[in-house]
Write a protein that binds this ligand. Structure first.
Ligand SMILES: [Zn+2]
Length: 113
């Protein structure tokens, strides 16, 4: 979806450039060209701003799906190894729901990864 927006912006920018180059002193064509280039720039600018709003969620997801060896994490109650599905990150806190004994608790200790 983002790629399509960039393609549209690139197309508008190129079209604007063609108008500017092809204007040959015609003010009206020159203005259209400049407006198109500005519009293309604005589209790219706005598209770049949007993903920053959800950056916090993305970072939290990376924390668990990255190079973390989840086999090292064991249930506090029954000592069973916990899988990725049993660990959830909510507002920076790590919540554990053990499938083996049904215990639900917040991971208080500093993770050793
Ligand atoms: Zn357990």
């Amino acid at each position: 979806m983002k790629l399509v927006i960039y393609l549209i912006a690139a197309f508008l920018g190129l079209l604007g450039l063609v108008f500017v180059i092809g204007s040959r002193g015609q003010v009206f064509t020159l203005i259209i060209g400049i407006v198109l280039i500005i519009a293309a720039g604005a589209i790219v600018y706005l598209t770049r701003i949007q993903p920053k709003a959800s950056s916090t969620t993305t970072i939290q997801q990376i924390d668990l799906s990255g190079d973390v060896s989840l086999e090292e994490i064991r249930c506090r109650s029954c000592n069973a190894p916990l899988s990725k599905d049993e660990i959830e990150v909510k507002a920076g806190a790590i919540l554990v729901q053990c499938d083996h004994c049904g215990a639900t608790y917040q991971f208080e200790e500093e993770p050793k990864w």
